[in-house]
Design a protein around this ligand. Sequence first.
Ligand SMILES: C[S@@+](CC[C@H](N)C(=O)[O-])C[C@H]1O[C@@H](n2cnc3c(N)ncnc32)[C@H](O)[C@@H]1O
Length: 273
Amino acid sequence: MRRFLILGHKATVESDFTLNDLPGAAGRLDVLCRAIGATLFLSHDIRRDVETNLLLQDSVHIRISGELVKRLNPDERSTAALIKHALKALDDASSDEEVQSTPGIFVAQRSLSDVIDGFLRENAEPVVLHEEGEPAETYSFPGNPAFILSDHTEFTETDQVLLADFPRISLGAKALHTSQAITITHYLLDQREQDLNADLVLAHKVWGEPKAQLIITLLEDFDIPVNRMMHVPPSLYPMALDGLAEVRIMVHARDLARARRIIADYFEEPCEE
Ligand SMILES: C[S@@+](CC[C@H](N)C(=O)[O-])C[C@H]1O[C@@H](n2cnc3c(N)ncnc32)[C@H](O)[C@@H]1O
């Protein structure tokens, strides 16, 4: 999974903001809405293997699951409306637990160190995106990255202290908009995934991530490296996306026969195409 965390230093944490002034009264919420779009949207599709995290004023954590989210549209105003719902749900919450405000959007009172601890518990590896970092071209991205970006302002001193132990990666010396940095990061990771997949062949095709995960875990137990490729038919978008993704289980050609035998023994006859 790819995770993104965007630190919104000025964005409002009050649910009564007006949708008519996202750049002003809402504290540049437009920047965060554009960043959400860049993390999750493809053309007529959504990146289901992405989790987008916003941290507003180091106190409100909003988490959007690409796999579960519904009612998310590419325009900034309707995205801001979902954030408004989340802030309202937090106002109404009676405990510290994360609450789901709309399908796939979760909100809780958290600080930056809480959010980072959460990433580490999920075995995600934080990577700070910063103009003055190690060049991305020569950096080997982790398999389960959590990219951390700032909004239209610089990381604060407190952020920098908390993030000091993590790799700091640059996409070039020019300061980009947050959403642009996200798009380039996706591009680099997509390219690398494509390279990794170059010599892969289809072992099986299933519907839904949970079943795919069972098969992948089984194959990995037999030391067969697996890559999954998600495909959501465009006909399903922008209707509700509720676990209907087709998952293609890809293995190296040399492992194909063994993988298919294992899938047949434990699950079902693998589909050829
Ligand atoms: C608009 S920039 C932040 C403000 C910028 N440092 C400034 O004041 O000019 C938004 C965020 O996108 C990411 N970013 C922008 N340009 C980048 C680059 N060249 N390499 C890596 N990350 C970048 C960083 O996380 C940055 O904090």
